[in-house]
Design a protein around this ligand. Structure first.
Ligand code: IDP
Ligand code: MG
Length: 160
């Protein structure tokens, strides 16, 4: 029994989730949002947004050296995206599980990419890969005043 591991799994975290332009164009916005809502996470930020090139480059700066980087920036800026901040216990890793593997053909059925996409270059959704990046990305995509702190009525029925 490793109480410190259990404790870290119970940590309230924030993650940045983004429906990419293909998800918006394909009419998957409601479907994708509802998966995070039904799981029990709390939406704290939401907007439709046309991403400028500079922001896309900053968001994906760790991938700058990759051959697909220019195409990735074209893709992310090709139409509006839906920017979201979600909060909850273990939300970062859990959201990555709900999203599924980067290549949708490797993503398990039941995941967003596993159910709704076929190619890495059109994988419909982004999710932060660590709590630190969750905070960094929310600060990058949202301005002060665009986030709401609130208490869902379901909270006592969702967590003890
Ligand atoms: P992730 O979105 O699952 O965290 P990352 O490796 O961080 O995957 O890559 C970020 C995004 O870059 C991917 O979601 C995908 O849109 C794009 N990408 C990654 N690898 C490739 C590739 O080999 N070809 C085209 N696009 C890619
Ligand atoms: Mg990533």
């Amino acid at each position: 029994f490793l109480p410190h591991l259990v404790a870290s799994m119970e940590e309230v975290e924030e993650t940045y989730i983004m429906i990419k332009p293909d998800g918006v164009q394909r009419g998957l916005v409601g479907e994708i949002i509802s998966r995070f809502e039904k799981k029990g996470f709390k939406l704290t930020g939401l907007k439709l947004f046309q991403c400028p090139k500079e922001l896309a480059e900053e968001h994906y700066k760790d991938l700058k050296s990759k051959s697909f980087f220019p195409k990735l920036i074209d893709y992310i800026t090709s139409g509006p995206v839906v920017c979201m901040a979600w909060e909850g216990i273990g939300v970062v890793a859990s959201a990555r599980k709900l999203i599924g593997a980067t290549n949708p053909l490797n993503a398990e059925p039941g995941t967003i990419r596993g159910d709704l996409a076929v190619q890495t270059g059109r994988n419909v959704v982004h999710g932060s890969d660590s709590p630190e990046n969750g905070k960094r990305e929310i600060a990058l995509w949202f301005k002060e005043g665009e986030l709401s702190s609130w208490t869902p009525v379901q909270e006592p029925w969702l967590t003890e």
